[in-house]
Design a protein around this ligand. Sequence first.
Ligand SMILES: Nc1ncnc2c1ncn2[C@@H]1O[C@H](COP(=O)(O)OP(=O)(O)OP(=O)(O)O)[C@@H](O)[C@H]1O
Ligand SMILES: [Mg+2]
Length: 294
Amino acid sequence: MEEKFKESEEVRKPEVVEESIWVAGEAVKKAPKMYGVPTGVEGLDHLFFTSEVQEGKVVKKLLGGIPAYSVTNITGVSDTGKTLIAEQYTIKQAERGEATAFITVEAPAPFVSVGLRERAKAMGVDFEKVQDKIVLIDAASHSKLRENIPDLLATLAYAIKNYKVRHVVIDSVTGLYEAREMLARTVVRQLFNFMKKWYQTAIFISQKRSGHEELTAEAAGGYAVSHIVDCSMVLSKELILTQAQSRIYKKPIGEMVRLFRIDGCRLCGHDTRTHFMEITELGLVKIGPALSGE
Ligand SMILES: Nc1ncnc2c1ncn2[C@@H]1O[C@H](COP(=O)(O)OP(=O)(O)OP(=O)(O)O)[C@@H](O)[C@H]1O
Ligand SMILES: [Mg+2]
């Protein structure tokens, strides 16, 4: 047995992967500069911050958006506003003159374009002026893209090069490992590494099953998504049915309350409280005050 082990060890001698070793001082020079990317969602951008040394004191400095080059997971059950946030983000980037690749896994591209046009209208942005900054990749209609991640990433790389794309939205990553959730981790890891390699700021939407704990980032596919990504945001909705709920949420029984929380962000400081969230009549997500009061 021992002999056999020796033999197999000889087949492939352990190799030093020298390029994997960094001295921190060198690595830090390669790191992209930290700044905030405005999201187009009212009440969200001021929830992220970094620290700065001013006159010998460490002070909090607002980032003004999600950290650039980050990968953010937005999760929640159905109808909690995930797609609306993704649309608002895309329109906001287009308005800022930056291109977004919107990978649609759930609805075919023409439907998504209608949603984007509606969101632009609600945000007071002229869609005609920004539409060329939005590149739709229709993985809903093309099963090859859904079932073969290398094909999807090759298509995305092509779009990034040809349209100078800086942002990627995937609605939803859950649709990329449908019925094969044991692959969730591998799929999300591949997508995450790709975003880093191409210096993209990315939003991955993931679906929660209603059985999953509310207001945690556990999405379909287990904890795979939230462990890999840089930031997680959780959206939820609750029907007020008891006096206790009515007191906590300051709303009458029978009404619905929408909640929002940043469940973690590795790249910068962030607000950790649970906030009220609203979807306006025009279909715009707004983050409201914290449950605990401002
Ligand atoms: N004008 C509007 N346009 C679109 N949605 C609106 C509008 N006004 C209110 N809403 C609400 O927003 C919800 C849509 O949210 P959204 O499509 O972003 O959900 P989602 O979290 O992406 O859900 P799913 O997981 O099913 O894709 C609707 O269910 C509706 O209650
Ligand atoms: Mg959706």
